[in-house]
Every structure is written in structure tokens, then in C-alpha cells.
Design a protein. Structure first.
Length: 169
């Protein structure tokens, strides 16, 4: 059940959330209809022992369905030269078109579609998931990682941002 939120508070919350700065990631999994993927801006480390991270997805996400089906997924932290990848996986077309003519190599690694060229990739086993409001918080136990090169793609104030060394422009 969704709680009613005062429209003024709802708009203030949206504006507040826009001021948060987050790394951009693509989460992939193999579902009953094949490969699935979605862009997320909420990925957080939860624990080192055991290694667990979380990501948040909308309740109607096909990728969420795929994760539940497969019991595993991959989380790709995007580099600052990959906003095209973030855009592709944030749009509404069918999952199969998201992977078609991608321009990046995709390989199955332990049952997960892994996209080449990401800043970093974590292979996760589904540890738990919990509905919180209009999103599902998905907890993944990290079973492997690959670290690439580059700087992270960030999302702030409804636009992609590149981080600058030293924090000054």
C-alpha cells in the first residue's frame, strides 16, 4: 500500500533527491525470457564480511524478475565515457533490444551477462530483497569482481557528471 504524500512535500523530496550525487550502474541478469538489464543509481556497499552490496529497482522491473528467477546478477559500475550505456538500459524498450547492437562485448560469466568496458563489475548471488516504498532493495553477496580503468560516471541534478581530480574545475 502506497502512503499518500502531501504534494508540496513530494516536490520538495524530488528536489532534495536531485541534489544527491550517485554513481551510475547497470544491473544484468538472465531471466525466463533471456538477458535483462537496467540502469540504477543506487548501489551501496553493505558489508565486507561477508561481501554484500545493495541496489534498488522499481517494483515492475524486468531485471528484478530476472534476478529472482536466476538467483544471481552482475552490477556494472559505469565509467564517465559510458552515458550512452546508462541511457540505453534506462529506456523502456524490451530487454532484447537493450543488448542488440550494443557496441560492447557481452559474455555470460557464471550465468550472468557481463558487459565489457565497465569501470568495475561485481558478480552477485541474490542474498535477500525487501520492498521499501515504491522500490525493491536487492542485496547481493559478491562472489567475484573485475576492476577496469577510468573514472566513474555520476548522476547529479538530473544529468550525468564527470568527477574532476581534486574536486575543482
Amino acid at each position: 500500500m502506497t502512503a499518500t504524500l502531501d504534494p508540496t512535500l513530494a516536490e520538495a523530496c524530488r528536489e532534495y533527491y536531485r541534489k544527491l550525487t550517485a554513481g551510475v550502474a547497470v544491473v544484468t541478469a538472465c531471466g525466463p525470457s533471456g538477458w535483462s538489464g537496467t540502469t540504477v543509481s543506487t548501489v551501496t556497499s553493505v558489508s565486507l564480511r561477508p561481501p554484500i552490496l545493495l541496489c534498488c529497482m522499481t517494483l515492475d522491473s524486468r531485471t528484478l524478475t530476472a534476478i529472482r528467477h536466476a538467483g544471481c546478477f552482475a552490477v556494472h559500475l559505469l565509467a564517465d565515457d559510458q552515458p550512452d550505456l546508462a541511457d540505453r538500459f534506462s529506456r523502456s524498450p524490451s530487454d532484447s533490444t537493450r543488448f542488440a547492437d550494443l557496441g560492447y562485448e557481452v559474455r555470460l560469466v557464471d550465468g550472468r551477462p557481463v558487459i565489457s568496458g565497465a569501470l568495475a563489475v561485481a558478480w552477485c548471488e541474490l542474498h535477500d530483497s525487501t520492498q521499501v516504498g515504491d522500490h525493491q532493495v536487492v542485496y547481493g553477496r559478491v562472489s567475484g569482481v573485475r576492476i577496469g580503468r577510468g573514472r566513474p560516471l555520476a548522476w547529479h541534478d538530473r544529468a550525468y557528471q564527470a568527477l574532476v581530480p581534486g574536486g575543482h574545475r
